[in-house]
Design a protein around this ligand. Structure first.
Ligand code: GAP
Length: 447
């Protein structure tokens, strides 16, 4: 029996992530730094797979997209022009009894949700982190850690158009770190102060923006199916006027049904010509596009699909986490914990497991491992594991979401065959070592 999302215990998931090397508390040996997390050996593989899948779907498979990797630190005028210096704030309230702070728009009570104490009037709290550039710490040397990657794209609009000769409509994609001094964080990696974003600024002719906005919602939703997220756990929600960012004409959020309720994983905004016009006004540079058909210079409108890599990882972990009641070969009931990750996203694609550490088995098991790891038919991380009983090793691989285990046993020495075991069905199949990598490729990619 598998459980519904509301039954998933985030503490259990967090502890699995730590135990198996997905995600660790940052600076743990010093007591940790609030809401910052480090990705361990399996976490980096998972995150890399998410970014690669997104880049493939959003850039490589389309002919209207190019990439960019802009610097995190930008000229401070960027943030004056974009409106972030003035508007990138959240309303903060503080309890006069326990001194806890909350985002006013995240709580529904007029008293402190923790102790019932009196809350202060809201004050606007600025979310950008500041630092100083150069040796002198004065106001003139202040620079900001970017709170979104988008502005790096807007300021490079003309550079990209000139160097690529792209015609409207076209988009620029970027993946990179962003920073926000959030008032409240939490729910593991859902809301943190340092996070990675995958953003697209898609430039269109004014007037074509609304239809293309609709198309992007479909394209974004499709990608969640590609990475194996269950569609029944997703929904689209339109922002009410009061929720809209200072730059947006309309925004839709893709939300996921997390254990604590529906939460945003992606925003898809119509930013109009707000940013390009603002940067033209501040810099005095032309950020227009010459439309050969009308013979006019136009300022394009922008549709912006934007999501957090860490939120995508959180979504994948929750969606994949499964507890199943099973019976061991000796008849004992036990709970099998597994991550039903799509093979394209799983951090380890295949684990090669010799039945035992017997010295006769080791050379064959190692050569199977080398062959699978180096095969061009198997793209991704392959593990070798010979510690503990085979049953325990299967459970360990289930818990990290490995789709296939290959077991090398004593019969393999005579028949040149190995056993492939599938994670979800636990079905086993005997295959010849000569066709093993082809079999694996078929099972992983469905081709
Ligand atoms: N450029 C548009 C923009 O920044 P946003 O809705 O503020 O829009 C986009 O952020 C996405 O970035 C969110 O949907 C979420 O996935 C992710 N995100 C935002 N703040 C985050 C945080 N504090 N921690 C983790 N991810 C965050």
């Amino acid at each position: 029996m598998s459980q519904s999302n509301s039954q998933i215990d985030i503490d259990k998931l967090t502890s699995l992530c730590k135990r198996r090397g997905f995600i660790f508390q940052s600076s743990e040996i010093y007591g940790g730094l609030a809401s910052t997390w480090d990705y361990g050996p399996l976490g980096v593989e998972l995150k890399r797979n998410v970014k690669d899948s997104w880049w493939k779907a959003m850039v490589w498979e389309r002919d209207d997209m190019v990439g960019l990797d802009a610097a995190i630190l930008m000229h401070p005028d960027t943030w004056r022009a974009s409106g972030h210096l003035e508007n990138f704030t959240d309303p903060l309230v503080e309890c006069s009894d326990c001194n806890k702070r909350f985002r006013e728009d995240h709580i529904d009570s007029i008293v402190c949700p923790e102790c019932g104490g009196k809350l202060s009037d809201p004050r606007l709290f600025h979310l950008m982190f500041k630092t100083h550039m150069g040796p002198v710490e004065e106001d003139a040397s202040i620079v900001y850690f970017r709170p979104e990657t988008a502005q790096g794209i807007f300021v490079n609009f003309s550079n990209v158009v000139t160097s690529t000769r792209k015609k409207l409509p076209f988009g620029i994609a970027q993946v990179g770190k962003s920073f926000r001094n959030e008032i409240t964080t939490g729910n593991f990696i859902f809301r943190t102060r340092e996070f990675e974003m995958m953003e697209i600024e898609y430039f269109v002719m004014p007037g074509e923006d609304e239809a293309i906005h609709q198309q992007w919602m479909e394209d974004c939703m499709d990608w969640y199916s590609v990475i194996g997220i269950k569609t029944e756990n997703l929904r689209l929600r339109k922002h009410e006027d009061k929720e809209l960012s200072h730059y947006a004409k309309a925004t839709y959020d893709i939300e996921y049904n997390f254990p604590w309720g529906w939460g945003e994983i992606q925003g898809i905004a119509n930013r109009t010509d707000f940013d390009l016009k603002a940067h033209m006004a501040m810099s005095g540079e032309k950020l227009t596009y010459f439309d050969e058909i009308s013979g006019q210079h136009v300022v394009p409108y922008v549709i912006e699909p934007s999501l957090g890599v860490d939120r995508a990882v959180m979504t994948l972990l929750v969606d994949a986490y499964t507890e199943e009641e099973t019976t061991t070969p000796s008849g004992k009931n036990e709970t099998r914990v597994l991550l039903k990750l799509d093979p394209s996203i799983a951090p380890v694609k295949v684990a090669v497991l010799p039945l035992s550490r017997n010295e006769k088995l080791a050379p064959l098991a190692k050569s199977v491992y080398d062959e699978v790891r180096r095969s061009s038919l198997v793209s991704g991380n392959v593990q070798f594991d010979d510690a503990q009983s085979i049953g325990r090793r299967y459970r360990r691989q289930d818990e990290i979401g490995t789709p296939l285990c290959v077991t090398v046993d004593f019969d393999s020495l005579d028949d040149d065959c190995v056993t492939i075991r599938e994670r979800d069905s636990m079905k086993q199949k005997r295959v010849s070592i000569t066709t093993l990598t082809q079999e694996i490729s078929t099972l992983l990619n469905g081709d």
